[in-house]
Design a binder for this molecule. Structure first.
Ligand code: C2E
Ligand code: MG
Ligand code: MG
Ligand code: MG
Length: 292
């Protein structure tokens, strides 16, 4: 947005606002159309065990290629619009269905299954029947609950709804589904709150990983989060690992798992098949792990 820098800033500010709302309106129209025409695709990004250097699972990331402008629109931009329009239920169900369908196909093709984590938005979680929806989709597709993980962000954890959220998560977990807290460190959840929730893993937000090890403050924060997660008995996953120095730092501090462009960018389902078939392992890093 435009900073207040004297005369004329007001106009630029309203222009910027106008521009934002026009963009949102166009996204809104196209999103409704995209949902009707089902033009979405799931990409998958490998999760890596940092100690062993092995691929141990994937995160499913929704992709929308906007035909009109011939470009991808980021889920960070259109998911909030879908939530506001009440379309996230339809979209979220589609993602769960599609991921389960892929998992079953991989199994039928004789590939060894690695679990897939699906992102769940606050509204999806608060709908009273998420556990029911998930178990219906599992049954319908024939996918196993142990293949599925759910990622929920801290923004889902509304203090007034703590009991209800705990109940929903318990229900999902009793089905055998692992739950991770996503983008950790960007929200306001307290330790006492976290302790009450049935969680399996904690994902350190990319913003804390980005500047390690050079930025001392971030390095201290990252290592503190890792220690805290372990203290809570949670698996720790670092997002957005882009280079070897970040990786070394995280490994030294005992971070269990990681994702990032250094290993692999999110890729289409077809790519997952070859990764699974060749039991792919982020090559340079495997060499590193083997040499230790
Ligand atoms: P997220 O769940 O925190 O996902 C991680 C994001 O970081 C993804 O962006 C991924 O492509 C990106 N990323 C992974 N490694 C690196 C790296 O090394 N460097 C950089 N710069 N980025 C990296 P993406 O796919 O654009 O998704 C953005 C957000 O949109 C996700 O953040 C998630 O909150 C949301 N989202 C994506 N798919 C879904 C979905 O199916 N349902 C819901 N509710 N939200 C979704
Ligand atoms: Mg996520
Ligand atoms: Mg995340
Ligand atoms: Mg993130």
């Amino acid at each position: 947005r435009v900073k207040a820098d004297g005369r004329g800033s007001y106009h630029r500010y309203t222009d910027a606002l106008h521009h934002d709302s026009v963009r949102e309106l166009t996204i809104e129209t196209r999103l409704r159309k995209a949902i009707k025409e089902n033009v979405f695709e799931i990409y998958y990004q490998p999760k890596v065990d940092l100690a062993a250097g092995k691929m141990i699972g994937f995160e499913a990331l929704l992709r929308w290629f906007d035909q009109e402008n011939q470009q991808f629109i980021s889920p960070a931009e259109f998911i909030p619009v879908a939530e506001r329009l009440g379309l996230i239920g339809t979209l979220g169900d589609w993602v769960l269905n599609e991921v389960c369908r892929h998992l079953v196909q991989w199994q039928q093709d004789g590939l060894e299954i690695l679990p897939v984590a699906v992102n769940i938005s606050a509204q999806q979680l608060m709908k009273d029947n998420l556990a029911e929806t998930v178990s219906r989709i599992l049954k319908m597709t024939g996918a196993s609950a142990s293949w599925l993980e759910l990622e929920v962000t801290e923004s889902c954890f509304i203090p007034e709804q703590a009991d209800r959220i705990a109940l929903i998560l318990h229900e999902l977990r009793s089905e055998g589904i692992n739950i991770s807290i996503d983008d950790f460190g960007t929200g306001y959840s307290s330790l006492s709150y976290l302790r009450r929730l049935p969680l399996d893993a904690l994902k350190i937000d990319r913003s804390f990983v980005m500047h390690v090890p050079d930025n001392e403050e971030d390095a201290r924060l990252a290592s503190t989060i890792i220690a805290m997660a372990k203290g809570l008995g949670l698996r720790v996953i670092a997002e957005g690992i882009e280079d070897e120095r970040q990786l070394d730092f995280l490994r030294q501090h005992g971070c269990h798992q990681g994702q990032g462009f250094m290993f692999a960018k999110p890729a289409p389902e077809k790519q997952v098949r070859s990764w699974l078939a060749e039991k792919w392992c982020p090559v340079e890093y495997c060499a590193l792990a083997a040499s230790e």
